[in-house]
Write a protein that binds this ligand. Structure first.
Ligand code: ZN
Ligand code: ZN
Ligand code: ZN
Length: 252
């Protein structure tokens, strides 16, 4: 399977609107970060989270088909772009499977009431909701094992697929959930910035977490402009830990 990083930025993206800092004005394409999302291509094509940049990400990667959307949590930087799955509805002439837990499903109904209206306006997105709980589920041959991490007080879903684990908005992870992650060869984990933050891992916390899990390779994502430039931060990282960047593709 191929995993493509569609976006690796925190909620504001990088550059940040009206910011003139050295990261936001960097010419390095690896310092341009859309809101965090990945695409998994196996026998099905699945996107995890559809933030405000979903349309741009689909265009950039020339995505021709989408089977399912899987959500981590309901924050705007992870759900705001869901309306744009319409393009795939029209092309495929079918509803798109959406996987989310009960709380996120309720949020989607609040955020996009017209999608769930009794008398639907023509041309709106067509989705088929599928419930995610603690149990693994499969989309085609791709098996997703949900992992619960804490984003301050909000439980957020991470997902393990074989030897690959994707976690995007974590601050704390319980011992039980860590056991579900251990053995992963590739780990993706959030690292916001160096300064401490109430709901996100700092760079040091992410590196410690990577060590604890012991994956061969750890990619950091959900990055703020405050973390620093790709080139500078890369020099400070231990062996086996790298910053992800938009457009990066890995084989899992
Ligand atoms: Zn986020
Ligand atoms: Zn900036
Ligand atoms: Zn969040």
């Amino acid at each position: 399977m191929i995993v493509t990083f569609l976006g690796t930025g925190t909620s504001q993206g990088v550059p940040v609107i009206a910011c003139g800092c050295e990261v936001c004005t960097s010419a390095d394409p690896r310092d341009k970060r859309l809101r965090s999302s990945i695409m998994i291509e196996g026998d099905k094509i699945v996107v995890v989270d559809s933030g405000p940049d979903f349309r741009q990400q689909m265009l950039r990667e020339n995505v021709q088909h989408l089977d399912a959307l899987v959500f981590t949590h309901e924050h705007k930087d992870h759900v705001a772009g869901m309306d744009d799955i319409r393009a795939f509805n029209y092309k495929q002439n079918s509803a798109i499977d959406v996987y989310a837990d009960e709380r996120v499903q309720a949020a989607l109904k609040r955020e996009f009431p017209y999608i769930f209206a009794e008398n639907k306006y023509p041309g709106i997105p067509q989705i088929k909701l599928n419930n995610v709980d603690d149990e693994p589920f499969s989309i085609g041959q791709i098996k997703f094992t949900p992992i619960e991490v804490m984003h301050y007080r909000l439980p957020v879903k991470g997902y393990r697929i074989n030897d690959f684990t994707y976690i995007t908005d974590a601050k704390t992870v319980s011992e039980t959930e860590k056991e579900k992650i251990k053995g992963s060869k590739i780990l993706v984990i959030n690292a916001l910035q160096k300064q401490s933050h109430i709901s996100h891992f700092t760079l040091a916390e992410a590196i410690n977490f990577a060590r604890e899990i012991g994956a061969e390779k750890t990619y950091l994502t959900h990055i703020s402009h405050r973390l620093g430039k790709y080139e500078d931060v890369s020099k400070e990282l231990p062996l086996g830990v790298e910053l992800a960047y938009d457009g990066l593709k890995i084989e899992i």
